[in-house]
Design a protein around this ligand. Structure first.
Ligand SMILES: NC(=O)c1ccc[n+]([C@@H]2O[C@H](COP(=O)([O-])OP(=O)(O)OC[C@H]3O[C@@H](n4cnc5c(N)ncnc54)[C@H](O)[C@@H]3O)[C@@H](O)[C@H]2O)c1
Length: 404
């Protein structure tokens, strides 16, 4: 760790944290991690942890394509650091100190590449901490092996669990803390939207093609159940068992190179998660559904004393006292406008980007040893839930979730 003393009026110290950012040319790597997290943190003047200490990330971008890296470095570096970010296609050299002092390794490459890169980082004495996107693998055994490898090497570690810091889910946690719901009876999550196949004129696909190929780590269960695991666990409690069904709804799609490919991975998945305390959480996930709801993800919580519906940012509540009394009668137009019986939860604080909040917590963990429970072991639990979902689908039965 290099400490730079800068002498201002009150001898403020800025602690530089070098970060190797790998797979940063991808969708998540560029938008959420480089632009909206690390660059945003640099531009806001670092993570101010006390009046005397600021943590300042200093990234080097790594990936396979030098031209793409250079374009990223030149687009985002100047406004943040007054010059292009450093970059290299030699990841191994970057983690081994050949380009300067970098103590954090971050990976947002493809899921199937993750283990190899984490192994590379783990083997370097320069790297003190690793942080990566989810899922950490497509099999529980592999995800656990990665966690154990990194723990054994004594590296601090973390996995992206961004949805925990969505403003809407923080509001749900607040409502729960206030006792708004009474006893929570059930939770219903609706996730998804139409992802174009790319087969129709002027209707390009809006997600990477590997998402729809099982052989490349794709599939909606492995993608989304990792999220449902930590969302449900943190907001409502641990999952005891599940039953799930998946499907490949659209068998052909067009890839980035223009060619048509066979979609081999599930693009819709339907699951019931039964929590240890008996709460039922039902989650539908689909890339083949058209949205008529408040947001791309909505989570409805029904409790004895009140209900809430969370989108990605806003939450609407309906208390027991405000609950309308519908009467079933399809012979007349519906007399109740059900949307009118809900109240918007106000934004009483400013909510930052969820990825950025978790990054700041990780940097504090690295520099100050603050707790960071969202580690590779927690990430492995998400992979486990996805794998058990696929088992339930295959075997057409309920499966228990064993402790990891
Ligand atoms: N937290 C979230 O909400 C969230 C959302 C979407 C994706 N993800 C995860 O983030 C990861 C990346 O997803 P994405 O949507 O950005 O995909 P993407 O295809 O846009 O990006 C993948 C990146 O990995 C790089 N890459 C692929 N193979 C490589 C190799 N062999 N060597 C080096 N680099 C390689 C690609 O060049 C690209 O930069 C995936 O693991 C995905 O599951 C997380």
């Amino acid at each position: 760790m290099v400490r730079h003393e800068t002498h201002t009026e009150h001898a403020m110290e800025t602690q530089r944290i070098g970060i190797v950012m790998n797979g940063v040319t991808g969708r998540m790597g560029t938008n959420q991690h480089l632009v909206r997290s690390i660059t945003a943190i640099i531009e806001q003047g670092g993570v101010k942890v006390s009046p005397d200490l600021t943590l300042m990330p200093d990234p080097i971008l790594t990936g396979r394509n030098a031209n793409k890296l250079q374009a990223l470095a030149e687009t985002h570096g100047p406004a943040a650091i007054g010059q292009p970010y450093k970059f290299t296609t030699d990841v191994d050299a970057a983690v081994n100190g050949k380009h300067g002092d970098y103590e954090v390794f971050f990976d947002a490459s493809g899921t199937l590449q993750r283990a190899g890169f984490l192994e590379m980082a783990c083997a370097s004495d320069n790297i003190k901490a690793v942080y990566c996107e989810k899922p950490t693998a497509t099999e529980t055994s592999k995800a656990l092996a990665i966690a154990e490898m990194v723990e054994k090497a004594g590296k601090k570690n973390g996995v992206v669990q961004d949805k925990l810091w969505l403003s809407s889910f923080r509001k749900l946690a607040m409502l729960k803390g206030l006792g708004f719901f009474g006893d929570i009876l059930s939770v219903r999550g609706e996730f998804g939207y139409w992802v174009f196949t790319g087969l129709d004129l002027d209707q390009p696909a809006q997600r990477p093609s590997w998402n729809y190929r099982a052989e490349d780590g794709g599939g909606i269960m492995i993608d989304m159940f990792c999220h449902w695991d930590y969302v449900i666990r943190n907001l409502f409690g641990p999952i005891q068992s599940l039953v799930a069904h998946g499907n490949v709804d659209l068998p052909k799609r067009r890839a980035e190179d223009g060619g048509v490919y066979d979609a081999t991975a599930d693009d819709s998945a339907y699951a019931v998660f039964l929590l240890e305390d008996g709460t039922v959480c039902q989650f539908n996930s689909s890339w083949c559904t058209r949205v008529r709801r408040d947001d791309l993800l909505t989570v409805q919580v029904d409790g004895t004393k009140g209900s809430a519906v969370a989108g990605l940012r806003e939450v609407y509540t309906q208390a027991a006292a405000n609950t309308p009394k519908p009467v079933w009668n399809p012979d007349i137009p519906q007399p109740i406008n059900f949307y009118e019986g809900w109240e918007l939860v106000p934004n009483n604080i400013e909510y930052d980007n969820a990825f950025k909040i978790q990054w700041e917590l990780f940097l504090r963990h690295v520099a100050l040893d603050e707790p960071f429970p969202w580690d590779l072991r927690a990430g492995a639990r998400g992979v486990q839930l996805a794998e058990l979902g696929m088992q339930s689908w295959r075997e057409k039965k309920w499966v228990d979730v064993p402790a990891l």
